[in-house]
Design a protein around this ligand. Structure first.
Ligand code: ZN
Ligand code: ZN
Ligand code: ZN
Ligand code: ZN
Ligand code: ZN
Ligand code: ZN
Ligand code: ZN
Ligand code: ZN
Length: 377
């Protein structure tokens, strides 16, 4: 995967064909949609860029101002207004001799002579109930940023997909949910897909599961009836979904897995699997060295119930009749099950994995307010 640098963005970005709704990271004036382009895969940074914005040339000749070459301007703090549409932009082109500015949305408008036929644009889309003003808006949008007529999305389908620009009810083969307009279609396979489902991420981590999950074009009926690990509703094996790499029964709807509060927006395809850090080293059959303590700990399997003042350092609960580890040099005690708590854990409270830490490193649990081992972001 070839990554490129984008001016004023601290991370390299990678090409993608997914369709996104929202702002372009280059602060251009096209706030509507990004039909593929480039996206940042850095954890915590979810910026996406129009192809044109990411690849903007330092200098161009434009038909709206053919007299002089226009220079690329990147100024997010003191935006210029586009001489055509009057919108302020952070990235665009300017001619300093003539005080002419043009944003990247207007740069894409075809030369004036070709404009006359724009209302017969073959890709006219209907977003909602037809109304004159809406139709006009859509035409305007479509004029500067038309959805592609064909796309190739290797994750979701093996053939080229074609836009069907009209209102119609369909079930998306990639995610199994209904759609009501403008799907992309493969005639050969009778395959229909939402534009939002084009190029779904292949391998991801979600905050409801400790292992990676991967997209499969058709889940099949292996362990069916399948139940979604996020919304708990049924998952139809006929459609695409995500499945766990380690737990065969764990599956997630494509839409649930890629929800903003579930996925951290990082595509893991091609990245090595994170190393599992063990919470302790085994010294011998009965002895361990736990990361939270400086002395060796010894297992106790007698089933004795300790005084109620003696509590486990991790969970702060009394030692009942469970197995526990204790220290011979001091009064440090851990339940056996607490000693085995994983160093990294995923939890619905955050999109990033949490790390197990001891109290000396941190203070109180933000969920229950107790002082004990806490899991930190
Ligand atoms: Zn970034
Ligand atoms: Zn842009
Ligand atoms: Zn403009
Ligand atoms: Zn879909
Ligand atoms: Zn096909
Ligand atoms: Zn679900
Ligand atoms: Zn415990
Ligand atoms: Zn000790």
């Amino acid at each position: 995967m070839e990554e490129i640098e984008v001016p004023r963005h601290e991370h390299p970005v990678r090409p993608f064909t997914r369709f996104l709704c929202g702002c372009c990271g280059a602060h251009c004036t096209d706030h509507e949609r990004i039909y593929g382009g480039y996206r940042c895969n850095e954890p915590g940074c979810d910026k996406a860029f129009h192809k044109e914005c990411a690849e903007a040339l330092p200098e161009i000749i434009n038909s709206f101002h053919p007299e002089h070459p226009l220079k690329l301007i990147l100024d997010y703090s003191c935006p210029n207004a586009c001489s055509l549409c009057q919108h302020k932009f952070g990235i665009g082109y300017s001619c300093s001799l003539c005080d002419f500015h043009i944003d990247l949305k207007c740069v894409r408008i075809p030369p004036p002579t070709e404009n006359s036929c724009l209302h017969e644009h073959p890709l006219k889309l209907s977003h909602g109930e037809p109304s004159d003003s809406l139709e006009y808006d859509i035409c305007g949008d479509c004029k500067t940023n038309p959805p592609p007529v064909c796309v190739v999305s290797s994750t979701t389908h093996e053939h080229q997909l074609h836009l069907v620009p009209r209102r119609m009810d369909f079930t998306c083969n990639a995610c199994g949910t209904l759609g009501d307009r403008s799907p992309y279609f493969c005639l050969q396979c009778n395959f229909m897909i939402h534009r939002e489902c084009i190029d779904l991420p292949r391998v991801i981590n979600i905050n409801r599961h400790d292992h990676r999950i991967s997209y499969t074009r058709r889940l099949g009926h292996g362990e069916s009836p399948w139940k979604c690990g996020v919304c708990r509703k049924k998952v139809d094996g006929f459609y695409g979904a995500y499945a766990s790499s380690k737990v065969p029964s764990f599956v997630v709807h494509a839409r649930c897995a890629t929800r903003e509060d579930v996925w951290d927006n990082v595509e893991l395809e091609g990245m090595p699997e994170e190393e599992v850090i063990a919470p302790f080293e085994v010294v011998d059959d009965t002895t361990i060295r736990h990361f939270s303590h400086d002395h060796n700990l010894h297992i106790n399997k007698d089933g004795q119930i300790l005084h109620e003042n003696i509590v486990c350092e991790a969970c702060v609960f009394q030692i009942g009749s469970e197995y526990f580890y204790s220290c011979k040099n001091c009064d440090f005690i851990l339940h056996e099950k607490c000693a085995n708590l994983p160093r990294k854990k995923r939890h619905v409270c955050s999109n990033q994995p949490l790390t197990l830490e001891t109290v000396s490193r941190a203070a109180t649990c933000s969920l229950c307010d107790k002082q004990h081992f806490v899991i930190l972001e």
